[in-house]
Each structure stands twice: as C-alpha cells, then as structure tokens.
Design a protein around this ligand. Structure first.
Ligand SMILES: [Zn+2]
Length: 435
C-alpha cells in the first residue's frame, strides 16, 4: 500500500523538526512549540488517522488491529507451497504464482486474477482464517491444475518430490482415518446398536472411537486433528450405512444372477410407528445346492391393496436389476390380498410370469395348524389362559416381578435338571407365595 505524497511530506517534516528539537534541547526552550511545529503535529495526527502505514512500527499497529494474529511458520511447514512475504505481510501460493508467471495454466483457468483464488497471487493476510483458507486452497481445482503443471515441468524436482510425499502421506492418513470410521459404524450396525446418543459427544459412535483411540495413536490423532474434516458427523455416518447397504445388496444380486432362478417371499406388517412395511426376501440355490434365503429390505407401503403390494415388489426387483421372468416361485400368507385367485398379488404376478408358482407359506400354515389344535383342547386352552393371567399379574408390579425373579433363581438352582417342568413349578410357587 502506498502512502499519499502529502502524508509522506508531513511525516518527513515532523521527523526533521523532532530531530532538530533534540539537537537544540540544551540551549533552547522547547516547552512551547512554535506555530510551524504545531501545524506539523496537526498534519501528522490527521495523516496517521487517515492514511495506511507500511513501516515496521506501523505494521505492529496493523497486527494489533487484526486481533494480534499473524502468520504461523507451521503453515508453510505443513503446506510447502505457502510462502510468506514480510514486505506485504501476506502469504501467497508459490505453485499458483509460478504457473501464472510461466503461463502454464490451461486457457479455461487462465483468468485466475478474476477468480476467488486471486488472493493467493496478490497476497492473503486474513490470519483469523489462516489454516482454513490454506486447506480450502489446497483442495481447490485451480491449485491442483497448477500443481499438475508444476509436476510436469522439468527441474525443481526436490520441491515436486516434497509436494508428492506430502500428498501421498496425507492420502494415506485420510484412508486410515476413514477406515477406522467405517469399522466403528459397521461394528455398531452389526451389533444392532444405535450410533447416536442424547448428544453427539455421548453417542455410541463417538465413545467407541474414543475407546479405540486409547490403543491406537492414529485414531487419536485423527479425532483430535484441528481440521474440521473428520467425517464423523451424522450425515457421514448415514452415508456410510447407505453405501454399505448398497454393497451388501450388490453382492446378493450377483449371487442371484449366478443362480439364475429365484423365488420371492413377502409379508407385510405395521411397524412401531404404525406404518405398513413390506418385507421382501429372495430364495435361491447356489452351485453347491445350498439353499439361501436373503432379506433384501423393508419397503414402506401406503395401502395394503393387492395392486399396491404387487407394484412395490415389482419396483424392488426392478431397482435391483433382477429379471421378474426368472422368478420360479412366490410365497405369501393366506390373506385375500396376497393369495386371491382373481386379483391377489400372486395372480397379478403369474399374469406376467406364469412360471412363478404360488406356494402357501409353510410358516403361516403351521402357525394356523397349531392355533387350531390348541383351540380344540380345553385343558391346553385353560392352561394357556391361566399362564397368560399369571404373566400379566407378575409384570404388572415391579415388586411382584422382583419376588418372582428371586423365586425363579432359587427354582432354577434346585431344578436345573428338570428345565421342562419348571414352568408349572414356578406357577405353583408364585401363587402360593403371593397368596
Ligand atoms: Zn495454489
């Protein structure tokens, strides 16, 4: 920044006066400034308040105005392209400056001086945003264009090697950090544990990473790194879960494609939030004649009409790139919307693919058979009703449940060899204890 010529003249005049005053201070009475000196004071004061300063003393004043922040040497050690210019009191990018000076940037990015990154050519001194701005520029497309040009240029091999080493090291660190995060997310998902907690700090995910960091310095370094790019926010966790889910489905689909033929098993029920969910499983046999029954997901359905459920199954198969014509079987419960021979799901399916034979689900059938058998046996019905009443009675009070647990422990110790008979014993014991 340049000082105005009037301001420069005024400061020079002031300094000259001051020097003269110092030389004459022994002989002359300087307690009262003369008119010229007073005018110089006035001009200098005005100048200091209105004109920017560039001397070393003035630079101290500028630092004070930016909150006392200044350039930090560790920035240039971590990012070798960062150069500090003491004259400008600003940092620049040596790679981008070199590329611009040597006309080594592509025509599309040649107008760097009009773009957001021009500050790295002219000088950047917003020290408050120092590290953040450096990281942002390091990842910018323009900087990487210039870096590629630099790498292709002969000479300055040491600098290129340094940049490459830094880049490779940084990539390796990022990969290891991301792998630890993937492992933590997959571990919690595998164990059916929630990732989040009441606060992000108290979440299972964050606490698991902290636990691992006790025994692994790399993970510790990663979660304590100053950068805000740690990939541990909930959005990233969801992204990892989604990608993992897609990967699992891709592997399943590969196996089904290899098996060629498959059958569909579907059933719908309401979840805890009272939304209807359709569960779909695919059944196939591999080369070793082993039977596989793979769950491919829950699909939300607004209504349980046959048309809606059939469309959902068809859409699910389509999204997985599984040919509906390769289906050789379908199995549902006995509800009219699924089993109906006029407009049920199985009928709509066979209209498209007649080879998809419908089979009444054996699991549902055995359930109905057991239910019917018990309903015909009065002793069994009475025993189950009494047992149901006792269970409700005990669960209705924490004190009763505590007493029951104590009796249960004693009974288990005493009757460990007769586990099948303990149910009747417990009923007798608890009824006699409770009167
Ligand atoms: Zn750059």
């Amino acid at each position: 920044m340049k000082r105005g010529s009037k301001g420069q003249a005024s400061i020079d005049m002031f300094l000259k006066k001051k020097q003269k005053s110092g030389e004459d201070e022994k002989g002359a009475d300087t307690s009262q400034p003369d008119a010229e000196t007073a005018e110089s004071y006035s001009i200098v004061s005005t100048t200091l308040l209105t004109q920017p300063m560039t001397t070393d003393a003035a630079r101290g004043y500028v630092k004070e105005s930016t909150g006392g922040r200044k350039f930090q040497e560790k920035w240039s050690k971590e990012f070798t392209w960062v150069q500090y210019d003491p004259e400008k009191d600003a940092m620049t990018c040596s790679v981008c400056s070199w590329a611009l000076a040597n006309n080594r940037v592509r025509p599309g990015v040649k107008n760097i001086l009009d773009g957001q990154e021009k500050k790295w050519i002219e000088g950047f001194n917003s020290w408050r945003k120092g590290m953040y701005a450096i990281q942002k520029h390091n990842e910018s497309s323009h900087h990487n264009e210039c870096l590629s040009a630099k790498l292709n240029e002969d000479g300055s091999q040491d600098m290129i090697n340094t940049i490459c080493r830094k880049s490779v090291k940084s990539k390796e660190e990022n990969r290891r950090g991301l792998k630890a995060i993937f492992d933590a997310v997959l571990y919690l998902a595998r164990q059916g544990q929630s990732l989040r907690g009441h606060t992000e700090e108290e979440s299972n995910f964050k606490q698991l990473l902290k636990f691992c960091s006790k025994y692994n310095q790399e993970i510790k370094g990663w979660i304590n790194r100053p950068s805000k790019f740690k990939w541990i926010v909930p959005e990233i966790q969801n992204e990892i879960l989604n990608q993992s889910c897609h990967e699992i489905l891709r592997n399943l689909v590969k196996k089904i494609h290899k098996s060629k033929w498959y059958s569909v098993i579907a059933d719908e029920t309401a979840d805890i939030s009272r939304k209807e969910q359709l569960s779909i499983c695919l059944h196939h046999v591999d080369d070793s004649l082993l039977v596989h029954e793979d769950f491919i997901g829950f699909y939300s359905v607004e209504t349980t009409t046959a048309l809606n459920i059939f469309n959902t199954i068809q859409q699910a198969l389509l999204s997985l790139n599984i040919d509906i014509q390769m289906c050789r079987g379908q199995s549902y419960d006995g509800a009219a919307n699924m089993r109906g021979h006029i407009s049920g799901v199985q009928k709509r399916f066979t209209e498209i693919n007649p080879l998809a034979t419908y089979v009444y689900c054996a699991g549902h059938q055995i359930n109905l058979v057991v239910q019917e058998c018990f309903s015909q046996n009065h002793h069994a019905v009475t025993a189950l009703e009494v047992l149901s009443c006792v269970v409700n009675f005990i669960k209705g009070s924490p004190k009763r449940f505590s007493d029951f647990s104590k009796i249960n422990d004693d009974a288990t110790k005493a009757k460990s060899h007769a586990a099948a008979c303990t149910a009747a014993y417990r009923v007798t014991a608890v009824t006699s204890q409770l009167g």
